[in-house]
Design a protein around this ligand. Structure first.
Ligand code: XBP
Ligand code: MG
Length: 263
């Protein structure tokens, strides 16, 4: 079966946004007069919790506070997250959004080859559309046929529902599709949905567990943007092309793929 669609996670995969999310969380905490310092190390740990609102609640639960104060803060969590979402939207509207290497190139290769495209995210769809417009431009945004945000599912990643919704929107079988992810929760969601999985960890998700990924690379890579020895060693070429993905996916489908994670 030829590849029917490439399905890309957004935060951390298409764009390196988790630092922008972290800044938005900090600004929201300031607005609520909360001295919560989500520094890089704390945020890296908290990122194992999918969903910003759930992340705030998990942080509240982890704090050493009296039960009454925890209850008050839990009540406040949705308003804190709403403020964070507003601030994040303002950050996206005014800044440049860092596209990760190779994403634009692969979108173009897929477009030229007639391979369909979808995007999935845990953050809200209302966050994703302007983000992708800023990062990809209106034309490339138009190539993305299905966009599933966390507000469109009852169960977030690592549950497969986000991917299942994208597959249903495209009306394509999971085995004909390739998922691109940066996090362990995202990998597990794509695996549970039955897709071939390519993981390119972002700075914030690097320490997470990616056992079972069909292909694990530092990034998708771009011509002339510096060879990465890991990619070179795994692929024998400096970046991942659609042509190579098609060969790897075909071997995976035929059950002749090499050990998971290798190319
Ligand atoms: C990213 C997330 C999101 C963002 C914050 O996961 O888990 O929660 O970190 O966005 P994925 P919200 O890359 O799978 O989308 O605060 O809107 O959740
Ligand atoms: Mg992600």
């Amino acid at each position: 079966m030829r590849i029917a669609a490439l399905i890309f996670d957004v935060d951390g995969t298409i764009v390196d946004t988790e630092e922008l999310h972290r800044q938005a969380f900090l600004a929201a905490f300031y607005e609520f007069n909360l001295r919560w310092d989500w520094g890089p190390h704390t945020y890296m740990e908290l990122l194992t919790v999918s969903g910003g609102k759930e992340r705030i609640a998990a942080y509240i639960d982890s704090r050493d506070e009296p039960a009454s104060e925890k209850a008050r803060l839990r009540e406040l969590a949705p308003a804190i997250h709403a403020a964070k979402t507003r601030i994040y939207g303002e950050i996206i509207a005014r800044g440049t959004v860092p596209l990760r290497p190779g994403v634009m190139r692969l979108l173009r290769e897929a477009r030229s080859a007639g391979v369909r495209l979808a995007a999935v995210a845990t953050t809200r769809t209302a966050n994703v559309r302007p983000l992708l417009a800023a990062a990809l431009g209106a034309e490339a945004l138009g190539w993305i046929e299905a966009l599933v945000g966390g507000d469109q599912v009852a169960r977030r990643k690592p549950d497969p529902e986000t991917y299942e919704r994208a597959l249903a929107a495209l009306r394509v079988p999971a085995r004909g599709c390739v998922a691109f992810e940066d996090s362990a929760n995202g990998l597990r969601a794509a695996q549970a949905a039955g897709l071939y999985t390519v993981v390119t960890p972002a700075r914030w998700t690097m320490p997470q567990e990616f056992a079972g990924a069909d292909l694990l690379l530092p990034s998708l890579g771009d011509p002339g943007k510096g060879e990465d020895p890991v990619t070179e060693r795994q692929l024998g070429e400096p970046y991942l092309t659609l042509k190579r993905i098609e060969a790897l996916h075909a071997a995976w489908q035929a059950g002749t793929a090499p050990a998971r994670g290798a190319a």
